[in-house]
Design a protein around this ligand. Sequence first.
Ligand code: ADP
Ligand code: MG
Length: 325
Amino acid sequence: MEKYWVIQKVGEGTFGSVWSAINKQTGEVVAVKQMKNKKYHSWEECINLSEVKSLIKMSSHPNIVKLREVIREHDILYLVFEYMECNLHQLIRKRGRRVFSEDEVRNWCFQVFHALAYMHQRGYFHRDLKPANLLVSNNVIKLADFGSARKINSGQPFTQNITTPWYRAPEVMLKSPTYTSAIDMWAMGAIMAELFTLRPLFPGLNGADQMYKICSVIGTPTDNSWPHGLRLARGMNYQFPYLPGVHMSIFMPSVSDDATSLIRSLCSWDPFKRPTAAQVLQHPFFHKCYYVIPPSPRTTPAAYCQQNTNTNKNTAVIGIQAGIC
Ligand code: ADP
Ligand code: MG
């Protein structure tokens, strides 16, 4: 770690403490995540971590935070990332009552859905989407914290205790053994609503209260809307509270029908009824984001380039720098 000057702590999560730092050689500002609660006795342990593996695969997307280096020193694991100014949770809290415009919400969400489409198409899902794990610099937003990311068909049993309950999909709450990337879509429905209202959509105090909050917004599931969910509930002796639900526009009266209909479909009880990230990008809410670039002989497609690998005798380090050329 001697190649960095550590500046200050910029974040704290369940698994890591994050510090801003400067690369002494290049002057680049980075964010160093020091993994806590565990000693890393071998390099294999570090590179086999699902956070590291999935980040190495995903880091070339412009809306996924770039992992610059993985460093193991004195049995401590450090992940070095590009530095981002703040997270979306901080940005939302800073706004007070000044709601974001629909264009601003569209801009944030379009970028996140692009990243999710990229990730899901490569067979990974994030599993811990929440505003604190979306990082913002200027008008760019990036997916971060891949600590819970998994391969969709990894064959491992999925744990239930993922994501903060506010953004947790109902099939996870009901302990479905086989949830899919649709849990990320549920979380995005809740995040999108929060961007419009600056308040969490389902702010449950615990598991039961979380379910109550969901039912009070989207109505109790029926044999028609989610038969599998009713079976899961019976299997664990859970009885849904009976609530009719309300129209999303009650929470967001000045938001367009396109936006509320998208949020409502993302927050469908049945994961199979939620649109995929690729489908969401075609939703009328995002039609404004597409325009045709007039052809020009000087326009060349953006290309990604891979920079070289760093090694250091004293510490195990891999360089994973990738950027737009
Ligand atoms: P954990 O896995 O423990 O939840 P995170 O990776 O989510 O850790 O990081 C915790 C917090 O640190 C984030 O919510 C964010 O505020 C900050 N943070 C993480 N990565 C960066 C980064 N690349 N640039 C700036 N801040 C970051
Ligand atoms: Mg986190």
